[in-house]
Design a protein around this ligand. Structure first.
Ligand code: AMP
Ligand code: GLY
Length: 425
């Protein structure tokens, strides 16, 4: 088979690494990929949002299966465009991807189907949003409805901050047209977890739980990022809670989308808040694999990922079973100095081979280039270092031992990835 992966971050490196192990795969391409991905796949210089260009490439090269990493092309309809040409592609169609592309749609959908989520209001007029906030006593989160690269949700402490958030999103249009509508929702308290599953439109096969670390600094301080690290499993998600999440959230979502004529094929990611009583609430849905969560999840996956993706496309997910390494995986993201603000690129990365040479350690590249036999930084998030261990503390130890071998000018990373899990052990 010839497989094309769309995207160029740590998630896509992990996907390429796993797909390359499939005995079915003879040629692997990645558009646009990165320096590290170039070691396992042939890089193709096409942007993930250049849907026409990707269709043309897949048709000309006779690609048998395309796998999409990021949300932007999914929400823009890459799957519909490939299907119109008779090309096989893994991911939800545009109508199903709206579950991530429009938070307003996602909230109303959850309400229609009794899926637990914070009470909310939707506004298209900033004055109405502001008036409602003024009249309400609740602490709220103000969210741009459209795609905002993970930065569109503003968690506020008081009315003044909430009104300023409306201003930022709707008047200053910090996220452009993504802020045409805002969702103002009740602020929830508890601990977050990621629940990610395969779906073939009817059936739902969960991957192990995981937890991301969005704020840039230790102790969850500082501005949010694309994710500074993750681990899997998340012991907060007990087997009982996992069954509840399947029964109360994932299965009703897949069923509800099918009933509404938007059958969901692909990966469905629920960002959850687990409240003090242990009840799960949906903060958001994503229409794709998580990043960085995919890195620790895929190193635990046994068997052939391509078979699972094909089963999703054929509507036969109920016929496959996936084994998972019982060990824990921890992924630490190493970032450029200054990230998530402005940062410099082009710094030479040292110590990669030494880290990669360690047992049960993988280094997935998020933002690198490869030139004359050397790797250089090329993005905010540069590398994700993932290690396995019998327990989470062992995985933490192994991963940080690998991280410490890698360096470049200005590198920074969180030192506390995985610590949150320890209280449950
Ligand atoms: P979202 O893009 O909707 O997932 O929101 C991004 C982040 O904002 C989440 O990961 C949470 O940390 C936070 N957040 C979103 N909604 C809420 C909420 N209702 N209560 C508290 N925090 C929230
Ligand atoms: N880890 C957060 C995301 O993939 O959106």
């Amino acid at each position: 088979m010839k497989v094309l992966v769309v995207g160029g971050g740590g998630r896509e490196h992990a996907l390429c690494w796993k797909i390359a192990q499939s005995p079915k795969v003879r040629e692997l391409y990645c558009a646009p990929g990165n320096g590290g991905i170039g070691q396992v796949a042939e890089l193709v210089e096409i942007a993930p949002t250049d849907i026409e260009g990707l269709v043309r490439f897949a048709r000309d090269r006779g690609i048998d299966l395309t796998v999409v990493g990021p949300e932007a092309p999914l929400v823009a309809g890459i799957v519909d465009a490939f299907e119109a040409e008779g090309l096989e592609i893994f991911g939800p169609r545009r109508a199903a991807a709206e579950i991530e592309g429009s938070k307003a749609f996602a909230k109303e959908f959850m309400k229609r189907h009794g899926i637990p989520t914070a009470p909310y209001r939707i506004f298209s007029d900033p004055a109405e949003a502001t008036a409602w906030i003024k009249a309400s006593e609740e602490k709220v989160v103000v969210k741009a409805s459209g795609l905002a690269g993970g930065k569109g949700a503003i968690v506020t402490e008081d009315q003044e901050e909430a009104m300023r958030a409306v201003e930022t999103i709707m008047v200053e249009r910090a996220f452009g047209p993504a802020g045409d509508l805002v969702v103002v929702e009740q602020r929830l308290y508890g601990e977050e977890a990621s629940f990610i599953a395969f779906s073939d439109g009817t059936h739902c096969l969960p991957m192990p739980s995981s937890q991301d670390h969005k704020p840039v600094f230790d102790g969850d301080r500082g501005p949010n990022t694309g994710g500074m690290g993750a681990y899997s499993p998340a012991p907060l998600i007990t087997p009982e809670l996992s069954s509840r999440v399947m029964a109360e959230i994932m299965v009703p979502t897949i069923r509800g989308l099918a009933e509404e004529g938007r059958p969901y094929r692909g990966v469905l990611y629920a960002g959850l808040m687990i409240d003090q009583e242990g009840n799960p609430w949906v903060l958001e849905f994503n229409c794709r694999f998580g990043d960085p969560e995919t890195q620790p999840i895929l190193v635990r996956m046994k068997g052939d990922l391509v078979e699972v993706l094909e089963a999703c496309l054929k509507g036969r997910l109920d016929e496959v079973s996936v084994g998972w390494d019982p060990r824990a995986a921890v992924c630490v993201v190493m970032a450029s100095g200054g990230y998530p603000g402005p940062y410099e690129k082009g710094k030479e990365i040292h110590g990669l081979e030494e880290a990669e040479g360690m047992e049960d350690v993988w280094v997935f590249h998020a933002g690198t280039t490869f030139k004359d036999g050397r790797f250089f930084t090329a993005g905010g998030r540069v590398l994700g270092v993932t290690g396995l261990g019998e327990t989470i503390p062992e995985a933490i130890e192994r991963t940080y031992r690998a991280v410490e071998r890698i360096s470049w000018e200005g590198v920074h990373y969180r030192r506390d990835i995985g610590q949150k899990a320890l209280k449950y052990l």
